[in-house]
Write a protein that binds this ligand. Structure first.
Ligand SMILES: [Zn+2]
Length: 94
């Protein structure tokens, strides 16, 4: 006997849709489908943020450096570079 991954009620092993709540069931190893990180996809907001944050960080860094604020500029540039790495992990790695 399998259990619905949405409502948790008992459903037939071969059921493709839960008869209780109507949520489609994946047929592969129900016990392993509880890992939210396994098939995580980047959302639109995450994609937008991961594109905008590095650009803003680099621009802020350049502005700060141009104003002679070396520490703030360096921090902003590093933050922008880290955000780029996050972008590559989220978008290209996912
Ligand atoms: Zn259900």
């Amino acid at each position: 006997m399998a259990y619905c991954k949405n409502c948790g009620k008992e459903i037939d092993d071969k059921a493709v849709i839960c008869v209780h709540c109507g949520v489609p069931q994946s047929s592969v190893h129900p016990a392993q489908s509880n890992n939210p990180d396994a098939e995580r996809k980047a959302t639109g907001a995450e994609i937008a943020a991961s594109i905008l944050i590095p650009i803003v960080g680099v621009i802020m860094g350049i502005v700060y450096l141009a104003q002679g604020k070396k520490k703030a500029g360096t921090t902003a540039l590093i933050a922008g570079i880290i955000a780029w790495l996050v972008y590559y992990v989220l978008i290209l790695g996912g």
